[in-house]
Design a binder for this molecule. Sequence first.
Ligand SMILES: Nc1nc2c(c(=O)[nH]1)N[C@@H](CN(C=O)c1ccc(C(=O)N[C@@H](CCC(=O)O)C(=O)O)cc1)CN2
Length: 285
Amino acid sequence: MTATIISGKQVSEEIRSQIRIEVEELKGKGVQPGLAVVLVGEDPASQVYVRNKEKACVDLGFYSEVHRLPASTTQEELLSLIEKLNGQASIHGILVQLPLPSHIHEKSVIDAISVEKDVDGFHPVNVGNLVIGDDSLLPCTPAGVIELIKRTGIEMSGKHAVVIGRSNIVGKPVSLLLQRENATVTMCHSRTANMKELTKQADIVVVAIGRANFVDASFIKPGAVVIDVGMNRLENGKLAGDVDFASVQEVSGPITPVPGGVGPMTITMLMKNTLIAAKRLNGLK
Ligand SMILES: Nc1nc2c(c(=O)[nH]1)N[C@@H](CN(C=O)c1ccc(C(=O)N[C@@H](CCC(=O)O)C(=O)O)cc1)CN2
């Protein structure tokens, strides 16, 4: 059996087409969504992601500012830039590219971003609103996972979903969003004793454990949906997911590849969040 491949590129392009239309409508009301991206240091992968965010802004008609700061930037300098962007009317979304150099305290930086402009959805107020089910800016990768599942026409309500990984930026928020869609959610992590027993009962498996090819066919119930959030750079320079795609696709139902699955959704959901923030900050729906 060969599984259906869920294309993040294709779904992402569908969403971008809708965003383009909404941006034009918003411009007609005198508002151009604006995104500021801050990059500290020269991490090669981060440079690529920031360039792709800049390109997405151009492609979708957003105003864009990219602040490329040297690795020697102090925390105080970074916080003072964030304070300036918090007060800048042309900017509706602020994103500080992670990881930051080790001398900068990540939480202090995230906490300094205005809640209304936190398009990463990492601020504790946005996280708290997600937990209690209030309106908030949702973290981009988890929101992308849910959107991919929905737009593939897969029902989540009443399904058993197993999430492998409990990070603050993927595992925990994905599990909350799946519950919001009325799935029954089990969370597994590196210390889970009977992981395969649990995953083999799942209708939907989301893998975000950060270990290349960790999940093979023996974890998966025939026909289950498999979403791979992993992005592991191998020694040969190739990118590998947390799922052994060749093995799992023999038994699974719809499955996301790496690259080309969840990854492309991350930047698209960032653009969607910036559009939402621009509307809210201007009192528009
Ligand atoms: N402030 C943030 N920092 C980081 C985030 C984030 O959401 N907010 N996520 C990642 C990096 N990231 C966006 O910033 C990101 C990662 C991967 C992709 C992507 O499109 N991946 C492609 C493959 C790209 C490649 O070949 O390297 C894919 O999976 O198809 C987009 C965005 C960490 N930092």
